[in-house]
Design a protein around this ligand. Structure first.
Ligand code: PLP
Length: 387
């Protein structure tokens, strides 16, 4: 037993330990100036740090729609979606998401985090087996924990190990689910979608895909990586977020009526949370309408990403090979990550240092994320500053 005084001193020791290990975090105020520049610590700097892949957070038509709806509706939704929160913009957004993803229906959650948490908590039961990629996002991990299922973590993208786990364990469980990000948020890797799909068929499993970083960026009309791989819908459940390429905030699940109806009845992160503000829902619907016709920006984004990756590799930096706008620069430890990020900041460029627990202890990196407004010159400035 400890008393409250002991508790506070153990918390203080923990923070000091993090400080010594280069793991201390703090909130640094920023004032966004454009899709690629921010005011930080009193300086206007070029940044490679947002998830606003198509610069939609700055799109004039999306912002106009936000202002128009904010003028007509209450600021907050004032209640959960099942009470008063299903405003006209809410219903319109559900329709836009379903239309975009060619699904029967959709459900909008307060965030992408809540969408994954609610989906896993609603579907997965303690008699089930969950197989989760080692680098999955925290919301999939936390959703697994909520489900109380048996969880096995397979090495990142290692479908041989995944197959072995299924072969050894599948028979002992009611259902099996395979969980994966489709575009991994820190390493910029693409998931082995076709291989996971065939394992699902072989072992009667369902796959749950978090398309948070992929939707808007990949696939026909920006529908995501499942679409780009022509994935079989009967095998996959798709979740996404409105906070990255859509440039707003919120999360969603797109799928059959039965799934969406089940979520309305079971997903606690939806039922017990206030709906998103009408203006943000309306802005997200406008953004979804626009991004479907933004192939040119998608192409430019991926071309720039390839160029930067190639140049970094040529200069001897350790990164990943996939053609995605998330480019990690691996370093040895948290101190080196901080030093490199500070060196870039001195040169007028902000690239965040990513340290545990966001990544595993041996996975420290600088996360370069590009958006469609980054120019060739911006990439050149970054390369020059890295030296
Ligand atoms: C892979 C992944 N899934 C889900 C989320 C959560 O989305 P949101 O920020 O909308 O809660 C994030 C990011 O924050 C993410 O990187």
């Amino acid at each position: 037993m400890i008393n409250p005084m002991d508790l506070w001193s153990s918390l203080s020791e923990d923070l000091q330990r993090r400080q010594n290990q280069g793991l201390r975090r703090s909130l640094t105020p920023c004032r966004p100036l454009s899709p690629t520049r921010t005011l930080r610590q009193g300086r206007s700097v070029l940044h490679f740090a947002s998830n606003d892949y198509l610069a939609m957070a700055w799109n004039p038509q999306v912002r106009e729609e936000f202002a128009r709806i904010a003028d007509q509706y209450s600021l907050g939704a004032t209640a959960s979606p099942l009470i008063l929160g299903t405003s006209e913009p809410y219903a319109k957004l559900v329709e836009s998401i379903a239309h975009w993803h060619q699904s029967e229906s959709a459900v909008v959650f307060p965030s992408g985090y809540a969408a994954n948490l609610g989906t896993l908590q609603s579907l997965v039961s303690p008699e089930d087996l969950v197989l989760s990629d080692a680098l999955n996002h925290a919301c999939l991990i936390d959703g697994c924990r909520l489900s109380k299922a048996t969880i096995k973590v397979f090495p990142h993208r290692d479908t041989d190990s995944l197959g072995d786990l299924l072969a050894n364990l599948r028979g002992r469980f009611r259902m099996a689910y395979i969980l994966t990000d489709t575009l991994f948020s820190m390493d910029g890797h693409v998931a082995p979608i076709p291989q996971i799909e065939s394992l699902c068929r072989e072992f009667n499993a369902l796959a749950i895909a978090d398309e948070a970083h992929a939707s808007g960026v990949f696939g026909n009309r920006g529908r995501g990586l499942l679409d780009a791989h022509r994935a079989d819908r009967s095998v996959w459940i798709k979740t996404g977020t409105l906070s990255k390429a859509i440039g707003c905030t919120g999360g969603y699940v797109a799928g059959p009526h039965l799934l969406c109806d089940t979520l309305l009845h079971r997903a606690r992160s939806l039922i017990f949370s206030t709906a998103l503000p009408p203006a943000i829902l309306g802005a997200a619907a406008k953004s979804i309408q626009l991004i479907q016709n933004m192939d040119e920006q998608r192409l430019k984004l991926l071309e720039r990403s390839s160029y930067l990756r190639k140049e970094l590799t040529l200069r001897g930096f350790r990164t990943t090979a996939d053609t995605t706008p998330i480019i990690p620069l691996y370093v040895h430890d948290p101190h080196e990550a901080l030093r490199l990020s500070e060196k870039l900041f001195d040169a007028g460029i902000f690239v965040p240092a990513i340290r545990p627990p966001t990544v595993p202890p041996n996975g420290c990196l600088l996360r370069i994320s590009l958006n469609s407004d980054h120019t060739h010159e911006d990439c050149q400035l970054l390369l020059d500053a890295l030296g």
